[in-house]
Write a protein that binds this ligand. Sequence first.
Ligand code: ZN
Length: 292
Amino acid sequence: MKWHFFSPRLRCRYRHVFALLLIFPTLAFAFPESNPVPGGIVLLALNKNQIVQSARYKNKKLAIIYKNDTPYVLLGLSLGSKLGQHTLTLTNTEGREEKIAFNVGAKTYKSQHLRIKNKRKVNPYKKDMKRILSEKKRKSKAKKHWRKGAVQADFIVPLEGRISSIFGLRRFFNEQPRRPHSGLDIAAPQGTPIKAMEAGTVIEAGNFFFSGNMVYLDHGQGIISLYAHMHTIKVQTGDKILKGQVLGTVGETGRVTGPHLHLAVIANQTLVDPLLFLPQLSLKAEEYFKNN
Ligand SMILES: [Zn+2]
């Protein structure tokens, strides 16, 4: 496909469909919040008359979600995103492309030091590596899952509990540096039911070396939620799940310091801050920031 966007003629043709970046205040209902920082998300409001066939960023397809009939492109930014100007590409039904620029701002993530009693979960044995590698493949396959059709992204909070850790913290296990925290931790007693944040389909479920018992739920167009360290799993791969349906219970399986739910959200194959999908937790998040 030819690259048309920068020709003045097309610029003119697209003048009426230029999209606008909107920053949302915290609202009572759970429409995701735009926060264009590493680990955050960008929500780009499209003109209602703008018929977009697909949206892409770094060659990955993006979800288009709706609020009050207005379509929004939802783009996840990895923790490693560079600051400054980025571009996404919209393609209309005739195959014409339009580039939209947006800016990624800075965000500082704190460090967290954790002591893990089971040293094998920090420094796995040689024989564990085969399992870890095969699980990595399953995880990456689940992350890349794409289902066409409407997206469900009006998330509910999956359980009552205290926020015990937030997304993006630079982590040290037994003083050894590891990958940053890829989700939101909610501490609750073992056995507490965990509800599906939205309707979806189970695309992966099982026991993983680091994540323990874990379920991946697909909500459409690359929006995926995952639930880790569960005590029990009550669903199977392929199950169609209703919003609020119990997926399993809180546990302390895998690499943990105690019973909690590790909740993660994926958009365009990228792990992003789950709090941006759960504005209902803003008070609990404030409480966390006060104490940490
Ligand atoms: Zn976690």
